[in-house]
Write a protein that binds this ligand. Structure first.
Ligand code: 4NP
Length: 167
């Protein structure tokens, strides 16, 4: 069985607040999946924060502004990542080492899951961008633009590597 014939997959993107990086990653990834005609391979694409600080909030305006500038629609309200999501998503994909620690060492221990969170930059196999998607919250709009470029590239690499498709 090729990767293309396996069951539909689900992806959760995770950052700290779920208002800057992970809603951007979700929006970019969803847009690529749709425009590349790959929707049939997915049953769930969503995003969450390891903290509950911003639950219910719209994405940070710098994040949505950057996505809109590139023609990528954003439609999300912040949600808190729950331990059970390790069992509900095939891929739990986070942005930096702090997210990774929180997910795998703290949240994961509350479940019996074999699933493990990974960095989005794990799919950056040729090192074209920095592997870590840095927290842009206290910086300027340039940080959001770099996050956008990283997430776009990592999304394409994920699709190529996990679905075995040529883009
Ligand atoms: P995010 O960015 O994790 O990419 O959503 C942040 C959003 C809010 C805060 C930190 C990072 N905060 O400290 O409120």
């Amino acid at each position: 069985m090729t990767k293309k014939e396996t069951k539909q997959i689900s992806v959760a993107f995770v950052c700290l607040g779920n208002i800057c990086r992970s809603p951007m990653a979700e929006a970019i990834f969803t847009h690529k999946v749709k425009t590349l005609g790959l929707s049939k391979f997915f049953n769930k694409i969503d995003s969450f924060g390891t903290s509950s600080y911003h639950v219910g909030d719209d994405p940070d305006f710098r994040s949505s502004q950057t996505c809109k500038k590139h023609g990528v629609p954003v439609n999300h309200h912040a949600k808190h990542f729950e331990p059970k999501f390790f069992n509900e998503f095939d891929y739990v994909i986070c942005m930096d080492e702090s997210n990774l620690y929180n997910l795998n060492e703290r949240i994961r221990s509350k479940t019996s899951t074999k699933n493990e969170a990974r960095l989005f930059g794990d799919w950056n196999t040729d090192g074209k961008f920095k592997t870590i998607v840095d927290d842009p919250y206290y910086g300027g709009i340039d940080g959001f633009e770099y996050n956008f470029q990283q997430c776009s590239y990592f999304s394409e690499e994920f699709l190529k590597q996990e679905l075995d498709v040529e883009l």
